[in-house]
Design a binder for this molecule. Sequence first.
Ligand SMILES: CC(C)(COP(=O)(O)OP(=O)(O)OC[C@H]1O[C@@H](n2cnc3c(N)ncnc32)[C@H](O)[C@@H]1OP(=O)(O)O)[C@@H](O)C(=O)NCCC(=O)NCCS
Length: 157
Amino acid sequence: MEIRPMLRRDKPAVMRILKATPEFKPSEVVIAEELLDSYLNSPTDSGYYVLVAEVDSAAVAGYVCYGPTPLTETTWDIYWMAVDPELKGRGIGNALLSAAEEQIRTRHGRLAVIETSGTPQYEKTRHFYFARGWEKICQIADFYAPGDDQVLFIKRL
Ligand SMILES: CC(C)(COP(=O)(O)OP(=O)(O)OC[C@H]1O[C@@H](n2cnc3c(N)ncnc32)[C@H](O)[C@@H]1OP(=O)(O)O)[C@@H](O)C(=O)NCCC(=O)NCCS
């Protein structure tokens, strides 16, 4: 498996993964695509960085999008990540998240933040972050919708 910066030619594969991820609503996929386009149009100064995981030197199996949080000093956000639903649970997400953390550290990031949902559908996702040393720092009830809390995880890098 290779983790590398996303290229324009990777976009169809990443969009296919986003659309195939049952956790994501169509409106969320639209925003995820906007972030990808911002990055692809200006990879060095859009404020977004995108890494993809490539398996068998061909297929894109997942991606992570992250960037410095505007108006903060050295705080970074992991904005989005997804792994091909058919390839979950094989360490691809772990490799992507570790690579993003490493890149943030290299760019002198001090604190990283991930926002996710508190619904049962996201239980495995929350476990995934917790098991990788991320700390659940707060939960805002009914943030996204009634019954859909926002859960914030942080990691000091
Ligand atoms: C969360 C996600 C990125 C993890 O990637 P992954 O490649 O499946 O994860 P890995 O194989 O590296 O790690 C497996 C771990 O993730 C957890 N996990 C999360 N979702 C999982 C799933 N659907 N299937 C299997 N394992 C999953 C497992 O509990 C496992 O934990 P463990 O290592 O303590 O046993 C991926 O499952 C995914 O795309 N989920 C849906 C989209 C999503 O929630 N994105 C994050 C939005 S905030």
